[in-house]
Structure formats: C-alpha cells, structure tokens
Design a protein around this ligand. Structure first.
Ligand SMILES: [Zn+2]
Length: 476
C-alpha cells in the first residue's frame, strides 16, 4: 500500500525486479525545497553547458552536448560494468486531454523498433551481449535503462540514440501495443482491488491536477491512442534537449563524453511542447469512499493526504514529512504498528508512507488492516487518535532517532547498488532538483528534530485528504 504511488513499469514488466527497487530507493533521495522546478530553472536546464565535464560533488560529473542532452557521469570502478539511464522530462502529466496513458504507451513503443533495428532487435541485442534493459513511466518522467558490460556501453548508446531519432510508428506497431497496454491494465489495476482503490482515491484527491489521472491511463482513453497521437507525442517530447543521460559504472567522464558525442551528438534538438503549469485548486472538504469488491481479500482503511513535496515545500518540510512517515508507520517498530497491532490488537497490519518526489504536490498515506471482528470505523477512529496524539506532542527522542537512523541507513545500503545510485540522481535531476540535493539528503534528515516531526504531523489536514474503505463483498 505504501509503495510507489503511480509508477508503471514497462512491457517486459519485470515488476519485482530492478525498476521497483529503483523507484523505492529514489523515494529516499529527493531533495531540497528551494530548488523548485520553476520555468526559469527548466530553461536553465535545457541550455547546453560547456563540453568539459565539471565535477558536481561527491565524485559525479556533469556536462551537456551541443544538442542540449544533459549528461551525468558517476564513476564506479568496483566491477567492469555500466548502467545507462536515459530520463525524459515527459510523463503522464503530459498526456493530452482525453488520451490518458499516452506517455506510458509511448514507453512501450520505444521497444517496437526502428528501420535499422526492427521489431525487438533492441532488447535481443542487449540480451545477446549479456545486458538487461527495461523502462518505467511516472507522472513527471519516463526513463529507459540498460545494464551491461563496460565495453558494450557504446553499443547500448548507439541503440538508444537510434530509437530516440528513428522510431517506427506505423499502424502495424501502434494497434498491437495498445492491446498490450490494455492487458497490462487488466492485470495490474482492474484485477487488483487495492490498485483500483488507489486510482479512485487519487482521482478524487488531486481535483483537476493531472496527478489524479492514472499513469497507465483510463481504459476508455487508452483505446483512443492512434498513430497520429503517438507520432505527435514522439515529435514534441522525445528529443535530446528533453533528456538527461546518466551513466554510472567503470568509466571516466572523458570516456563518456566521447561515447555520448559519437552516439547522441548526431541527434538533432527538437522544438518541445512546453509543459503545462498545472494548478492545485484548494480542496474545500475531505472526500470519503467505500469500495465494495468481490475480489478484495481483506478489508482495509486507507487515507491519502495532499502535502508539500521536495519541490513545493518550504525548507525542511519534506524532510519532516519523510521522517514523520518513518516514525509513524515505516516498519514494525513504528507508532501506528505498535499501537494498532500490538497494544490495542485492532489491526493485523498498519503503516504510513511519504512520496515527496514530485514536481508538484507530494502524498502522505496511512493505512490499516482490521483484525477479524473489528470494524473499519473503529479502526479508523483508533488510527486518528494516533495521528492526533502525534500532532499534539513531540515524539520521544529515542523513537525519533531510530526513525532517522533507519531512513539514512536504508539509503546508504541501497546506494551500494550502481543501478539505485544512477536512479537516485536521474530522478532528482529530471524533476528539477540537483546533485547536491541528493548528496545532502542524509544530513538534512539527520537535522530533523522533534519539533520538525510535530510540525509535519500538523500539516496533515483532513480537507486535503481522501479516506477510503475497501470492503470484500458484492456479486462475483
Ligand atoms: Zn507498461
């Protein structure tokens, strides 16, 4: 329940493999508030920097090609392997009106081939060379990656550059892939009561903001995707000047600069469709819903609050919310679990989560699963007592310390993975944050004090929330 709120992974659908870990990891790596993704910032990002790699702290290097492709290099010499990630500043928020799911569909189309590398030549070639490839789409971005032996990195770059410029978007490819996406939706959302519930809750929570539209799209709208909409999307979003290339691995910045210039330097910049500045209209009342599904295995009470993100919050707010979520419901030592599961014995599970990794609003969620015989109403009341108590009093110093240590340790542990490292930086950069924001994150979490956690608890406003009950029942 507390997992990634809206990421949808690619056609190869390694749902439990690397991308899920990457998203989860990156949730810890968001960064500072002042660095809002303003129009001015985005313009700055799209301007080419000098070709000489510039060290950007913590052993990372940044430069840009003349066509506007931004490059981040993270040398990692532990093994002769490399991770290439290409992050595009396009996601489900950029889906045209009436065609939700287009960004995610397009991620699939990128695996459908070019004239030079038709059909699944891309994936086959990577696999034949011992590598792995996949992709994922979220509201704010779309990313593609390959993990491969260091000496095959130029090959992976050439293939990626080819599909950036020469994708085959014929009807013969668009129709069948649309069916693949509709099947993916059936499997992952329509047949998963908790996923359906999350979708309905977010549609209510975000009002007119496109964070309320599912990344995978409403089925009725996915059916509207055709060759023309796909071509238009490709022409106005897939361009070197709309992408960030992240290379982590057994490479030097100079090697990457030469390889990137060879492979991507030939791809021309394109006129981009400007991203909409989406407003977040005020919510005047809380929303509630009860969803009755014959396929629900257990009842559940769940609530999502609209809260500040690392991009929109004031300094320290997102860090406070992140720490509060861990203290409140991050694991089995957390407050919600202790009170609802262990002390009051009302729940079999309970938890909380914060997703502040967004260009616009973040989300704070809480949930609990009742023990047999306990009503959702009684459980919600007990959950609200825990929330109210945390807004009224400071957390115990030892509990706060444990929460912060847990958060920071999990990031340090995850960053041991080259892929997670590349993901953390790529995700931060693509939503308008900086390398320093990623590097400073552990220190900023350590600096959160008891008052910061209490302030985070006080940020949770019922008018800014949707509460849902999931109830097993109804006709099969
Ligand atoms: Zn997919």
């Amino acid at each position: 329940m507390t997992g990634s709120r809206h990421a949808v992974f690619s056609l190869i659908c390694l749902f439990a493999a690397a991308p899920a870990a990457a998203i989860a990891d990156a949730q810890f790596d968001k960064a500072l508030a002042q660095q809002a993704d303003t129009a001015a910032n985005r313009r700055k990002l799209s301007q080419p920097a000098p070709l000489n790699p510039r060290q950007s702290g913590n052993n990372t290097f940044q430069f840009a090609l003349a066509n506007g492709l931004q490059v981040l290099v993270i040398p990692d010499h532990r093994a002769p392997v490399a991770t290439q990630m290409l992050w595009f500043r396009v996601g489900a928020v950029d889906d045209p009106a009436g065609i939700s799911g287009l960004a995610h569909f397009f991620e699939h189309m990128m695996f459908r081939g070019t004239r030079q590398n038709p059909d699944d030549t891309f994936s086959q070639t990577i696999a034949r060379n011992g590598g792995e490839t996949n992709a994922f789409t979220d509201h704010d971005y779309t990313a593609f990656y390959e993990q491969i032996a260091k000496d095959r990195l130029p090959l992976a770059m050439k293939l990626e550059a080819d599909r950036l410029a020469n994708l085959d978007l014929s009807d013969a490819h668009v129709g069948p892939e649309r069916d693949v996406v509709l099947e993916e939706r059936r499997m992952r959302v329509d047949n998963e009561p908790q996923a359906l519930m999350g979708e309905q809750m977010r549609a209510a929570l975000h009002l007119s903001h496109p964070y309320g539209r599912p990344v995978i799209g409403w089925a009725e709208e996915v059916r509207h995707i055709d060759r023309v909409s796909a071509q238009d999307f490709y022409d106005h979003h897939y361009a070197p000047n709309n992408a960030i290339l992240v290379i982590a691995g057994d490479v030097t910045p100079d090697e990457v600069r030469k390889m990137a210039q060879d492979a991507y330097g030939k791809v021309a910049a394109r006129d981009l469709q400007p991203r909409a500045e989406n407003a977040e209209p005020p919510r005047l009342a809380e929303s509630r819903m009860t969803i009755v599904r014959p396929d629900a295995r257990v009842p559940l009470v769940s609530r999502i609050y609209r809260v500040p993100s690392y991009s929109t919050g004031r300094p320290g707010q997102a860090e406070g919310l992140e720490t509060y979520a861990q203290w409140l419901g991050g694991d089995q030592t957390s407050e919600l679990y202790r009170v609802l599961v262990e002390q009051k014995k009302l729940a079999t599970d309970a938890g909380a989560g914060y997703d502040g990794n967004a260009r616009d609003a973040g989300e704070f969620s809480v949930y609990a699963v009742p023990r047999p015989g306990v009503t959702l109403e009684a459980l919600e009341k007990a959950m609200d007592q825990v929330l109210a108590a945390s807004a009224a009093a400071l957390p115990k110093a030892s509990d706060l310390q444990r929460a912060k240590t847990g958060l920071v340790a999990s990031v340090t542990y995850r960053r041991d993975s080259q892929f997670a490292l590349a993901s953390a930086y790529g995700q931060a950069l693509v939503i308008g944050l900086t390398v320093d924001d990623v590097n400073d994150w552990p220190a900023r979490i350590r600096a959160v004090d008891a008052a910061g956690v209490q302030k985070a608890a006080q940020l949770l406003n019922r008018k800014e929330a949707v509460t849902a009950y999931l109830v097993p029942g109804g006709a099969k």
